[in-house]
Design a protein around this ligand. Structure first.
Ligand SMILES: Cc1cc(Nc2nc(/C=C/c3ccccc3)nc3cc(N4CCN(C)CC4)ccc23)n[nH]1
Length: 270
């Protein structure tokens, strides 16, 4: 049969799940199949007011090509005169940051599993030359089986495959380092740092450099993170410290992170 155009009538609207910047997210059921999805409703007027057309276009363009168990599914989208509708995967476990808030911090086994899932999802994003740029517990949802799903690709961009094609004019005068690391490498290093911050937060319930605004900056640039509690294992400390390295080129790669003793200790035995 000819695939019919998508419209709101195809869905039975359920409870609101949350309110984002440009509109609400609802739990909905696709009437025909009974399939549960999350419908993200964006008000066009609100998008225009915030001059966020590019932002929304990017979210659709970037999220639309991603398919990975650690990335929230983006099924399709449609619009009418007043709104844009994104049909997204329904993650039945809710928001990760609420679990972290409620439990204070996670046991090491759970923190290690989560860190491995985020590392695998980030490695996938980079294989697609996508930089998320906004990884934090607030942007991570939990699936039905407790698996993590990176969500909210509004800030993400397709990082150019390498700096060369973003440079105009001759390459002759460029210093080696400008040609050496491609943009993707830089964004990889950014997400490696973020994985370190996230893992620290899983283990302690706090961010490693959390302080008053001024001293947070000072702490970050000097790599002066708040010490992990003595109760945290040596392997966990080593994992976090291998990611929160000031020199971007010296941070643990996602491949190495997934082979780290702390991860293998907790992730082998399913
Ligand atoms: C896009 C999406 C969301 C989603 N699932 C859920 N989103 C949000 C909160 C969503 C939200 C959206 C915008 C702004 C703020 C929050 N809250 C949820 C809460 C859930 N429950 C059921 C599980 N309980 C432990 C906590 C409450 C389940 C799924 C949720 N799947 N796909």
């Amino acid at each position: 049969a000819k695939p019919q155009r998508l419209h709101l009538g195809l869905f039975e609207i359920g409870r609101p799940l949350g309110k984002g910047k440009f509109g609400r997210v609802y739990l909905v059921k696709h009437r025909q199949s009974g399939f549960l999805c999350a419908l993200k409703v964006l008000e066009k007027a609100q998008i225009a007011r915030e001059n966020a057309e590019v932002h929304v276009r990017r979210e659709i363009e970037v999220h639309g090509v991603l398919r990975h168990p650690g990335v929230l599914g983006f099924y399709n989208w449609f619009h009418d005169s007043r709104r844009i509708y994104l049909i997204l995967e329904y993650a039945a476990g809710g928001e990760l940051y609420r679990s972290l808030q409620k439990e204070g911090r996670f046991p090491e086994r759970r923190a290690a599993k989560y860190a491995a899932q985020v590392a695998a999802a980030l490695r996938y994003l980079h294989s697609k030359n996508v930089m998320h740029r906004d990884i934090k517990p607030e942007n991570i949802l939990v699936g039905l089986y407790g698996e993590l799903k990176l969500a909210d690709f509004g800030y993400s961009v397709h990082s150019p495959s390498n700096r060369r094609d973003t440079l105009c004019g001759t390459l002759d005068y460029l210093p080696p380092e400008m040609l050496a690391a491609s943009k993707a490498d830089y964004s990889r290093a950014i997400d490696q740092w973020t994985l370190g911050v996230l893992t620290y937060e899983f283990l302690t319930g706090e961010a490693p450099f959390e302080d008053s605004p001024l001293s947070t900056k000072r702490r970050i640039v000097s790599g002066d993170m708040k010490p992990l509690p003595a109760s945290v294992s040596r392997e966990a400390k080593d994992f976090v410290h291998s990611l929160l390295v000031l020199d971007p080129s010296k941070r643990l790669s996602f491949d190495d992170a997934l082979e780290h003793p702390w991860i293998l200790k907790h992730c082998d035995a399913e």
